[in-house]
Design a protein. Structure first.
Length: 169
């Protein structure tokens, strides 16, 4: 049992930062992302011997993150808004173009399916076929979700800044 723990600990030490980034991109909240990573690591530890034999630990971990994110978003208490009677939320100044928070805000407006495709394709650099395999859908679905998501992101960022990618639109 010691080598199992050592192997798992080594994997976590190597991949925790990447898992945290993926989780954050999926949910858009640091605290929820940490919860997703913890849930994913727990599930991964339970399945560790089987996953290691299968050989693609990273794909399995990503799939756990995606599924856990879906599960958490469906829970009723996640949809409740905090009670701030009498208090207005402070209006934040618009972010600078260099600030990645503008992209994160735009990403958060995408439907979850489109957000998953964008994260896997563009933030992790996965191919269309790899993304389709991870999400259990067809490559055509990945392409259409990607096209819709990029069009939406372009429209949002153009409306906010007037330019996207250094070009006027």
């Amino acid at each position: 049992m010691g080598s199992r723990d050592e192997e798992f600990s080594a994997y976590v030490a190597q991949r925790r930062t990447q898992l945290r980034r993926v989780a954050y991109l999926l949910c858009g909240d640091v605290h929820k992302a940490e919860d997703l990573v913890q849930t994913a690591l727990l599930k991964l530890y339970v399945a560790w011997p089987r996953v290691q034999r299968a050989g693609n630990v990273d794909a399995y971990a990503r799939r756990i993150l995606v599924n856990s994110g879906i599960d958490e978003s469906r829970r009723p208490w996640r949809r409740e808004a905090p009670g701030l009677d009498g208090l207005e939320e402070p209006s934040a100044p618009p972010p600078a173009v260099e600030d990645s928070s503008a992209v994160m805000d735009a990403l958060a407006t995408l439907p979850i399916g489109q957000r998953r495709v964008v994260v896997l394709r563009h933030f992790l650099g996965m191919s269309i076929d790899e993304t389709a395999a991870d999400l259990h859908c067809s490559p055509g679905t990945v392409k259409s979700q990607n096209a819709r998501a990029l069009a939406r992101l372009t429209a949002l960022l153009t409306a906010q800044f007037g330019t996207v990618g250094g070009q006027d639109r």
